[in-house]
Ligand binder design. Structure first.
Ligand code: SF4
Length: 228
């Protein structure tokens, strides 16, 4: 596992749980609006996996869960072993993913290594290449969406990036995840973006996100705005 960060305490990243966050290095997407430039490009000082395990051992009984995020955790070759070790310590695991590796996603969930999945939906499927900065196999995204929809605990989330997400895009995304239990619309933060030009883009006003929420609520069971 290539680990590039460890946030030792959070009450906001895993719904209803006290957790820590492990950030993995590298991603198979290149979303221009990505706010984790250093992680995605691998320009971070790596943390030894054993150091993370020592920390988790010490926090047993104090933290409920571990959030594994990226970059994209699904592309890590040591992911399964890593999750097994975390589960052996009794932690709940939340996994954040871009949905591009449905085979690994399904395996980790079916093997009981993941308790909560948060999947990004970057844009309507027809716009994925532009939103993700490279050619994306959207069949894999569709497969992940269908799998996640059948889970007990999950969320979908879309960052409201100006120029990529508008009312039509929200409608298309919401239709695709029709009756999803939870959909978060996240405010875009023009900071530390992969494409530096995105740092000059002004986030959409709150009223616009509220309008997006109204549209999404025609389809999903519950929609909330995050990071406003
Ligand atoms: S925003 Fe895109 S590039 Fe950044 S970590 Fe997520 S999937 Fe990768």
């Amino acid at each position: 596992m290539k680990i590039g960060g460890l946030e030792k305490f959070t009450v906001t990243d895993y719904p209803g749980k006290i957790s820590c966050v492990v950030f993995t290095v590298g991603c198979n997407f290149r979303c221009p609006f990505c706010q984790n430039r250093q992680l995605v490009n691998g320009n971070v000082e790596e943390i030894d996996e054993e150091e993370v395990m020592d920390f988790l051992e010490k926090r047993q009984g104090q933290l409920d869960g571990v959030v594994v995020t990226g970059g994209e955790a699904m592309i890590q070759t040591g992911l399964i072993d890593f999750l097994e070790r975390i589960k052996d310590m009794g932690y709940l695991v939340k996994l954040d993913t871009n949905g591009s590796v449905p085979e690994t996603l399904e395996k980790t969930v079916r093997d009981g290594l993941v308790d909560y999945v948060a999947m990004d939906i970057k844009a309507p499927l027809s716009e994925y290449d532009r939103a993700c900065g490279l050619k994306v196999n959207t069949d894999k995204i569709e497969k992940s969406i269908d799998f996640v929809m059948g889970l007990e605990s999950y969320e979908f989330r879309t960052t409201a990036v100006p120029g990529i997400i508008d009312e039509e895009a929200v409608e298309k995304i919401s239709k695709r995840i029709d009756w999803a239990k939870k959909f978060y619309l996240q405010q875009f933060r023009p900071k530390n973006t992969l494409d530096k030009e995105f740092e000059d883009i002004k986030p959409l006003p709150k009223e616009k996100l509220e309008r997006f929420k109204e549209i999404a609520e025609r389809y999903v069971q519950d929609c909330e705005i995050r990071n406003i």
